[in-house]
Design a protein around this ligand. Structure first.
Ligand SMILES: C[S@@+](CC[C@H](N)C(=O)[O-])C[C@H]1O[C@@H](n2cnc3c(N)ncnc32)[C@H](O)[C@@H]1O
Length: 494
């Protein structure tokens, strides 16, 4: 890889600002359905719409850097008036061949919250490149999008992006106000991170080469974010070791290492947001194994999906670009399934890990329902703040608190046909993690009465009288569930 110099990168940024294939420009050139297909990983409708365009700089840059097509040198020169083809070659984003230019990297639009920007990465399946090279540097995928949604909406102090790849997480952190250290074991990944910082006009990202926490030994951070190379991969000859997803450990040992080392690198009051995969061991569900890795930190671990070994193997064999029906696909599936079978793994969890030094925070749960990630980062921040507050409140103080039901909570009542009384009562959360909580009439009445006026204990006493129940017993029953509703954001401190 040729060295990246800032002067050329800034010229490229200017050319992209003028004619680059932003979402807004692509929407006009190729239409919304083709743009959505592109975002789903299908380039065919976009290629069809742009075929034959050689004199429109946006179409030229889209064909080159979004779709990975070779283009006539004259069109590319027109589309890059400041950088020029020589500059583009020098910085390693294009090469010239027989009157054509061939892209060496992908450069695609990326939305930084409200702000449009660019992310450069290696050319991939969307650009017709498969199988991927072992040192492939990933663009923005589903996992990167999820982790960026999990980040706090704003922050200050120091943040670490461990395993930064193209740098998308580091850039989001920098935009949100952190001073960022971005680490990776791949020099090539750090090159992309620096390039992307330049393309998006962001300073303040310190890139460091090295494995896991080695480049930040002895340092502490207010936020640690990582989409680490967590993919469980068989250690069998012939199985490619993709740097972008696999650090060479057996099973989920890499995940255990990352989670276990967070405590030593968190500043007081800091938190970590990680993505990961974990295996069920015989008799021990994966979530319980993650509990064992957290080294005394408060933890909120959310298993979003749980796959059997076949589904897990299919997912990652295909992710590397190997198609079913080929001998290579069979060999890789055999290797994955042999590995799980030998190690007696019959399920794999995939999800999020949030860590913070909060006593008593220990949630290990499955959340399979659809979650709108638009406000996920602020929801996580609210959950951590509530957990911290709850850690200092015993039941008597919760009973003395005045609470409010959150504005996004609705109550659903299900009746058996013809029955007057509901047989099922549910509270449903519109935002947060879109939870549904089964409640009984006493809790439903309490939540309904939480309007910021009377303390919880007074409300429970009134409900006990109404239901002719023992007030103390009702407190003992309801207060832990009030705690739970506070933590999940269904109830709030005003
Ligand atoms: C799944 S990618 C994440 C990239 C980016 N942060 C994102 O979310 O899209 C994982 C990254 O970890 C890097 N990596 C692999 N092994 C590593 C190690 N031992 N230490 C640090 N980073 C490593 C890979 O090079 C890759 O860039």
């Amino acid at each position: 890889m040729v060295g990246m110099d800032s002067a050329h990168a800034r010229l490229l940024a200017e050319d992209l600002a003028e004619g680059g294939p932003s979402d807004a420009r692509l929407r006009i050139r190729i239409g919304v359905p083709a743009l959505e297909a592109l975002q789903r990983g299908d380039a065919a409708p976009a290629r069809r719409a742009l075929r034959g365009s050689t004199d429109d700089p946006t179409a030229t840059l889209a064909r080159l850097f979004v779709l990975g097509d070779a283009m006539p040198a004259a069109s590319a020169a027109d589309a890059l008036p400041r950088l020029g083809l020589t500059g583009a070659e020098q910085m390693g984003v294009l090469s010239r061949r027989d009157g054509l230019v061939v892209p060496l990297v992908a450069i695609r639009p990326h939305q930084f919250d409200e702000q449009p920007g660019w992310i450069a990465s290696d050319l991939d399946e969307l650009a017709g490149v498969f199988p991927l090279r072992a040192d492939h540097v990933l663009g923005v995928g589903g996992a990167g999008r999820t982790l960026s949604a999990m980040l706090p909406p704003s922050g200050s102090g120091r943040a670490l992006d461990l395993g930064c790849g193209c740098g998308v997480i580091a850039l989001h952190l920098r935009r949100r106000g952190y001073h960022v250290v971005a680490t990776d074991i791949s020099e090539r990944a750090l090159w992309f991170t620096r390039l992307n910082a330049e393309l998006n006009g962001l300073g303040g990202i310190d890139t460091r080469l090295g494995s896991l926490f080695e480049p930040v030994a002895g340092e502490r951070f207010d936020l640690i974010a990582s989409n680490p190379p967590f993919v469980i991969t068989p250690r069998t000859d012939g199985v490619p070791q993709y740097e972008y997803r696999d650090a060479g450990a057996t099973g989920d040992a890499l995940m255990a290492q990352v989670v276990g080392q967070v405590a030593a690198h968190l500043a007081p009051g800091g938190s970590a947001r990680l993505l990961g995969n974990w295996e069920d061991a015989p008799g021990v569900p994966g979530l319980e194994r993650v509990r064992g890795w957290t080294a005394g930190l408060g933890a909120w671990v959310v298993e979003r999906e749980h796959l059997d070994p076949v589904r897990y193997a299919e997912l990652w064999v295909r992710d590397g670009g190997t198609r079913p029906g080929t001998a290579e696909h069979q060999a890789l599936m055999d290797a994955w399934l042999d590995d799980f079978s030998v190690r007696k793994v019959d399920g794999i969890g995939m999800g999020w890990v949030v860590l913070a030094d909060i006593p008593g925070l220990a949630r290990f749960e499955r959340v399979p329902q659809h979650v709108d990630t638009a406000h996920l980062g602020s929801h996580i921040a609210e959950v951590l703040a509530t957990a911290e507050r709850l850690a200092g409140l015993d039941d008597a103080r919760i009973a003395a608190s005045v609470l409010q039901v959150a504005g996004d909570v609705t109550e659903a009542r299900h009746h058996l046909p013809g029955a007057e009384a509901p047989s099922v009562l549910e509270l449903r959360q519109g935002g947060g993690l879109a939870r549904t909580e089964d409640v009984d009439p006493a809790l439903a009445a309490l939540v309904g009465a939480c309007d910021g006026d009377l303390p919880v204990g007074v409300l429970i006493d009134a409900i006990a009288e109404l239901l002719e129940a023992d007030a103390e017993a009702l407190r003992q029953d309801l207060l832990p569930r009030v705690r739970e509703l506070l933590l999940t954001g269904m109830l709030r401190f005003p």
